[in-house]
Design a protein around this ligand. Structure first.
Ligand SMILES: Nc1ncnc2c1ncn2[C@@H]1O[C@H](COP(=O)(O)OP(=O)(O)OP(=O)(O)O)[C@@H](O)[C@H]1O
Length: 268
């Protein structure tokens, strides 16, 4: 059974078709790189796969739980959104204790696991160090630690390395790869293509709500016929262009206008 199994997943906001009949299958213990231009529907897809947004149509199961069954889904997944929820007034360890408490993990276990994770991530924090004094990179590492604290089967990461310096980005990328090598499935959305190129087993490219290309990074590069030295960026630009002279699928350029985002988190 795939770790992520989505069939015809669709989300409509009024006239905006944010995700249009998306089907994908991600095997256990692999990293799936999820790419797409701004507004392509990546966050909407992740919100549906993590039970935060109800699909307009279609079905999906993650870690064996259907996404509409939030009670079954919650313990099996970890989700690090683009702007992770952190309490500025808390210390890094208090943050993990709090999140652990929500997950049924006692404070002592959360603290011990936090120590391990922080060490692995190269995050040097003392027990009194508060999150509001942390750099962006330090915050991202705390956010990552709280996402994997309960050892979920499937982890969703939205731009985990954005704003990180090269060393911090590499540390996180290596952790992501290691997670998958240890059996966790990772769904990784990012605009930073080298991260996907190095960490992902498979890549899906979303364009105006539809999956327009899928394969290993090497396959996508080869398919883009980018020639010697082609990169995932060439492949990405090739399948996400609405310019008929630049894209092999230009005649499919959609009319799904990307309307303004409603300021609402209550879109279930
Ligand atoms: N709550 C909402 N209400 C109305 N429209 C929305 C809502 N959330 C997303 N959309 C619309 O759905 C489309 C897809 O948005 P989404 O945020 O999923 O894209 P994305 O690929 O994550 O973009 P980015 O890379 O910029 O984060 C956009 O047209 C967006 O305006």
């Amino acid at each position: 059974m795939p770790a992520i199994d989505a069939s015809d997943l669709t989300k409509r906001y009024g006239d905006t078709l944010a995700v249009d009949g998306l089907s994908l299958s991600v095997p256990e213990g692999t990293v799936y790189g999820f790419l797409g231009s701004n507004g392509a529907g990546k966050t909407t897809t992740m919100r549906m796969l993590t039970g935060l947004s109800k699909p307009t149509a279609g079905t999906a199961a993650v870690g064996g739980a259907v996404v509409t069954d939030r009670a079954a889904l919650r313990p099996r997944i970890g989700y690090m959104p683009e702007e992770p929820p952190l309490y500025d007034q808390a210390t890094a360890f208090e943050q993990l204790e709090y999140v652990g408490g929500l997950r049924g993990i006692d404070a002592e276990t959360a603290r011990a696991r936090g120590e391990e994770l922080f060490e692995a991530l190269g995050l040097d924090v003392g027990p009194a160090d508060r999150i509001d004094d942390f750099s962006k990179g330090m915050r991202q590492k705390v956010a990552y630690a709280q996402t994997v604290l309960h050892d979920p089967a499937v982890v969703f990461l939205d731009e985990p390395t954005s704003g990180l310096d090269p060393r911090a980005a590499r540390t996180l990328r290596d952790r992501i790869r290691r997670l998958a090598d240890e059996g966790t499935t990772v769904f990784l959305s990012t605009h930073i293509l080298p991260v996907v190129e190095e960490a992902a087993d498979a890549v899906g490219i979303l364009y105006e709500g539809s999956l327009v290309a899928e394969g290993s990074p090497d396959e996508l590069v080869a398919r883009a016929e980018a020639g010697e030295g082609g990169t995932l960026e060439d492949a990405f630009l090739d399948v996400t262009s609405s310019d008929p002279t630049q894209s092999g699928r230009s005649d499919e350029a959609t009319e799904n206008g990307n309307g303004p985002r409603e300021e609402s988190t209550l879109d279930v």
